[in-house]
Design a protein around this ligand. Structure first.
Ligand SMILES: [Zn+2]
Length: 337
């Protein structure tokens, strides 16, 4: 893998708390020798593990970004044993635009790994994370949520490790994070162009992701879950000198999210009327909702059906749908529970 063209203003080997920018070269009409500054903080205090905290991988997923911005200000050198690196808005151009993807290159960071040092800005960011940040990390958290179009029951998430010992370690992370749902996820078509895929390629020992809510907003209840969950995980990773919270984790339900039948898609374009809400238990073949035609109100709506039974863990928020939009997403009780 060739070398990154992104230059860090901070030295990750230096003791103390340092904040600055990753300088992403961006030569454009209005700024020939310009760069985009991606904020990053490194807190290092003696020997110990390195933990990488990432949010804003998708720019419109705000719960993780708020949590990591607060943590950036809160954590002092004296709190840390080892090193914590915080990248609170990883796809920074997308985060500033409040969009899932980058307005500069339409790049979806979490479909851009392992990235390209000579590629478009989003590919360069992915390459920096995979070639520079992940190799330093003993543990990594990548905080996602439903973003603008989806709402999840607050969930922890990881690809299901094939190795039983690794699986038990991941379930332990889920239990410590303490979200209402924890998911073992099979990405459709084995998708590995993600940061999670990068942690596996690089061999980061402990990794977890989340789906924390969404709707393009934040709520006090969900922030309380993620802030306490991240604090407990930092303690578990052994990178804190003292716990940041004494809040106990909530009980989590371990579910499996497997392939395509677990996703329910809109069969047509129109105005979607859901028949169930988050947390519903549904059966295979059950009507999921109706697509109404505003331009032909006399026409019978088209009914969407669940292909698989399970627990509704995610729903689409905007009422207007196109054919192929994901309207619900299901989990079923995991065989590992
Ligand atoms: Zn995301």
């Amino acid at each position: 893998m060739s070398k990154t063209r992104i230059a860090s203003e901070i030295d990750f080997e230096k003791e103390g708390k340092h904040s600055g920018y990753l300088r992403l070269p961006h030569s454009v009409h209005r700024s020939a020798y310009g760069w985009i500054g991606i904020p990053i903080t490194c807190i290092k205090n003696g020997s110990g593990p390195t933990v990488l905290l990432v949010a804003g991988n998708h720019g419109d997923e705000y719960e993780g970004q708020v949590t990591l911005m607060k943590l950036t200000r809160k954590l002092g050198v004296d709190d840390v044993k080892g090193r914590i690196i915080i990248l609170s808005s990883a796809n920074f151009p997308a985060a500033m635009a409040g969009m899932r993807t980058s307005p500069i290159d339409e790049g979806n960071l979490n479909r851009s790994f392992p990235g390209d040092p000579n590629g478009r800005p989003t590919q360069m960011i992915a390459h920096y994370i995979e070639s520079v940040l992940l190799p330093m990390a003993d543990a990594a958290l990548d905080l996602h949520s439903g973003g603008s179009s989806l709402m999840y029951i607050p969930s922890a998430l990881a690809r299901r490790p094939k190795d039983a010992k690794k699986r038990a370690q991941t379930i332990e992370l889920f239990r410590i994070f303490g979200a209402p749902i924890s998911m073992f996820f099979d990405m459709p078509q084995g998708e590995d162009r993600t940061l999670s895929g990068g942690t596996e390629r690089v061999g980061v020992k402990l990794h977890m992701s989340t789906e924390l809510g969404g709707t393009g907003t934040v709520t006090p209840a969900i922030l309380a879950i993620v802030e306490a969950g991240v604090a407990r995980l930092l303690d578990h990773f052994g990178v804190l000198r003292r716990p940041l919270t004494d809040a106990k984790p909530g009980k989590t339900r371990l579910v499996a999210v497997k392939g395509a039948p677990y996703y329910c898609y809109s069969p047509d374009a129109g105005l979607f009327e859901p028949f169930v809400d988050l947390g519903a238990e549904v059966k295979a073949g059950q009507p999921a909702g109706a697509v109404h035609y505003q331009d032909q109100p006399w026409r019978e709506p088209t009914i969407a059906r669940f292909e698989h039974g399970g627990l509704v863990i995610c729903k689409r928020i905007p009422g207007k749908v196109e054919r192929g939009d994901c309207i619900f997403h299901l989990g079923t009780d995991s065989e590992d529970a």
